[in-house]
Design a protein around this ligand. Structure first.
Ligand code: PLP
Length: 285
């Protein structure tokens, strides 16, 4: 790849962007990230992502070195510099380099970086047309999953376990209740057509796509319940769905080998995907 990336105010060919081995993002996983989808060369639901970015950095006490205007301008510029039509922008802010010490440095100089990754996600692909299968695994991540940190080892291990078992992804559970998928929010549709999703808490990431889907569903008159649901309830549901910035709304048709509903993508999943895409294509910035 020959991308132009952003590092601390500079635009650089990707091979020239260098970060210190003392960076706390590297040594402690002391960094926050965001992923914003891009389509038609424009940003999809950027306000939601930047709001969550501010919330996450506030929770861990990292201060963003640039203003919101500069951050938006950088998002737009990285799209232009890389002629990105469809894909994602990855943004990361670490606490920056410091001698290794569990205490935060007194005068941190945060590291702000961004890169793009091309990816097609608007047109239906095989995952959307046929649905995907997931396995369930215990949620062994740390207790502040509401903060979007770069500590993604357990989700990576869970995805590898899913792959090993021939599945696309894993849904994680705690005390018998589904928390979320490794890198997306998990939802089910009950047999009487209610969209059910776990309420926000420290247990899950406040998915930006999740929030948007819930409000679009409510506006469309689709009944929504924010409550916990068990692994067994998910397996007995009419439909199962994952949402994320670059998967948008994707059908899950098998959980632990058990078909969900009739084992095909369900009508509400398809409707929500269409509602989501129609709304956001009309609101790109
Ligand atoms: N949950 C987790 C653990 C995630 O990593 C992600 C996205 O990366 C999501 C949910 C979905 O969030 P969003 O819709 O903001 O992409």
């Amino acid at each position: 790849m020959n991308r132009i990336v952003y590092l601390n105010g500079q635009w650089l060919p990707e091979a020239e962007a260098k970060v210190s081995i003392f960076d706390r993002g590297y040594v402690f996983g002391d960094a926050i990230y965001e992923v914003t989808a891009v389509t038609q060369g424009k940003l999809l639901d950027y306000p939601g992502h930047v709001a969550r970015f501010h919330r996450s950095i506030g929770e861990v006490g990292i201060v963003c070195p640039v203003s919101d205007e500069e951050l938006l301008a950088a998002h737009r510029e990285i799209v232009t510099r890389n002629s990105l039509d469809e894909g994602l922008i990855y943004l990361q802010l670490s606490r920056g380099p410091a001698d290794r010490d569990f205490h935060f440095p007194k005068a941190p100089v945060p590291t702000l970086s961004m890169f793009t990754q091309a990816k097609k996600f608007i047109d239906d692909d095989a995952h959307v047309r046929d649905g995907v299968s997931v396995i369930t695994l215990p949620d062994l991540r740390w207790g502040r999953r509401d903060i979007k940190t770069v500590q993604l080892l357990y989700p990576s291990m869970a995805k590898m376990e899913a792959e090993k078992q021939g599945a696309y992804d894993a849904w994680l559970y705690q005390d018998g209740y589904i928390t979320e998928a490794t890198s997306s929010s998990a939802h089910i549709v009950t047999r009487d057509g209610v969209l059910v999703t776990r309420p926000l808490s420290h247990a899950i990431l406040p998915g930006i796509t999740r929030g948007s889907i819930l409000s679009l569903a409510r506006e469309a008159g689709i009944p929504v319940e924010e409550r916990m649901f068990t692994v067994d309830e998910a397996k007995a549901a009419a439909e199962a769905i994952v949402t994320s910035a670059t998967q948008l709304v994707q059908p899950v048709v098998k959980i632990d080998g058990q078909p969900i509903g009739d084992g095909k993508p369900g009508p509400l999943t398809k409707r929500l995907r269409k509602i989501y895409i129609d709304y956001h294509l009309a609101h790109l910035i």
